[in-house]
Ligand binder design. Structure first.
Ligand SMILES: Cc1ncc(COP(=O)(O)O)c(C=O)c1O
Length: 364
């Protein structure tokens, strides 16, 4: 006997989604982004599933990369935020971690370090997101310093990141692309360097930004970065299904209330199912009454407040629901983006904030 709430992780779907990214940009290579515990799916399992396909894995920081090395992952690992302190440079060199280079301080740390082998560097340019990256006018200077250093491998990649790629018609996408292409056109130092711009939304919806290296993250886990249907995103397969079981079914009378604070009141005689899954399992506490839950494959509305360990669902309209029936909070049959939207957030947050509590059950 055990509490039935768990997260099923479909590794075949993960590989399918990575392959979709590659198929959409056949001339490019793709870094498989597994940062933040592979967006909640389990970094080691996801990296092991993707390693045979992906030439490079991507994480946010050196601690995440070392966790993968300790687990036996051999492929190069790109640190997408670069280094946080100068002592990380020599470790990155020993471990074959590629560095995103975000500012001139990092450039100096790289060229001044004692390294065992030259580092692979990706120079990030700020083309308009104004979060990280060198200013376009700093790029040439930084590149000439890096190229002149024996600490740096000659295959430098020039990169940038889009602020609004998930909004397909947002004019900032074209503006960032033009800024990047202008830099490439007028700079001697960037000539011949491979380029990398594309996160998931670019891979799926902005082919002009594919270039030589993709960096898909969210799409690998099978949900769309867009809020509107999209033919490419529709081919993604959900990887995580957060599932549990009905642990109670009870009739209530019209006018009675359900859950903490009695925030939901039945307008008619109703049947309420309690599911063993709450905000302690990663279900968003702010999901309002009406948020869909799948019980035995049938959609029914959440009612009342989300508790730490349980939710309550109005199953008055459903047939034959009893203790032990399966419940899916999101996943293969109910898109995580629908739950996120109801709760006023995005699928990225729901997946990434999944706590350790629901056991991850992996299938090939
Ligand atoms: C530099 C960089 N590249 C790629 C990604 C992957 O983005 P997404 O998950 O939207 O595909 C991220 C994620 O934040 C990032 O910061």
């Amino acid at each position: 006997m055990s509490r039935p709430c768990h997260a099923r992780i479909d590794l075949a779907a993960l590989r399918h989604n990575y392959q979709l990214a590659c198929d959409l940009a056949p001339a490019a290579q793709a870094v498989a982004v597994v940062k933040a515990n592979a967006y909640g799916h389990g970094a080691i399992a996801a990296a092991k599933a993707l390693e045979p396909l992906a030439p490079v894995l991507g994480v946010a920081c050196i601690e995440e990369a070392l966790e993968l090395r300790d687990a036996g992952i051999k492929k190069p690992i790109l640190l997408l935020e670069g280094i946080f302190s100068a002592d990380e440079v020599s470790i990155a060199s020993e471990q074959n971690f590629y560095l995103m280079v975000e500012n001139l301080e990092q450039v100096q740390a790289i060229i001044q370090a004692n390294v065992s082998q030259p580092l692979h560097c990706w120079l990030k340019v700020d083309t308009g997101m104004h979060r990280l990256g060198l200013l376009p006018e700093q790029a040439d200077g930084a590149l000439s310093i890096l190229k002149a250093s024996d600490n740096v491998h000659s295959d430098i990649i020039i990169a940038s990141h889009f602020a609004s790629a998930d909004e397909l018609d947002n004019p900032s996408n074209q503006a960032q692309l033009e800024c990047f292409d202008h830099l490439i056109a007028q700079s001697e130092q960037t000539k011949g360097l491979a380029q990398s711009l594309a996160n998931s939304a670019c891979v799926l919806g902005h082919p002009q930004a594919h270039r030589q290296w993709l960096r898909p993250g969210f799409m690998l886990y099978g949900a769309s970065p867009f809020t509107v249907p999209h033919t490419n995103a529709d081919k993604l397969k959900p990887v995580m299904s957060l599932v549990s079981e009905v642990i109670s079914v009870r009739p209530i009378k019209a006018g009675e209330r359900v859950g903490y604070g009695g925030k939901w009141q039945a307008e008619r005689d109703s049947l309420i199912a309690t599911i063993a899954c709450g905000y302690g399992d990663g279900y968003p506490r702010h999901a309002p009454s009406g948020t869909p839950v799948l019980i035995d494959g049938q959609e029914a509305p959440l009612v009342g407040r989300v508790s730490m360990d349980m939710i309550t669902v109005d199953i008055t309209e459903l047939k034959d629901i009893a203790i032990g029936c399966t419940a899916e909070m999101w996943g293969q049959n109910l898109c995580v983006n629908r739950i996120a939207d109801a709760a006023g957030t995005i699928g990225y947050e729901l997946l990434t904030r999944m706590p350790a509590r629901p056991l991850r059950v992996y299938s090939e």
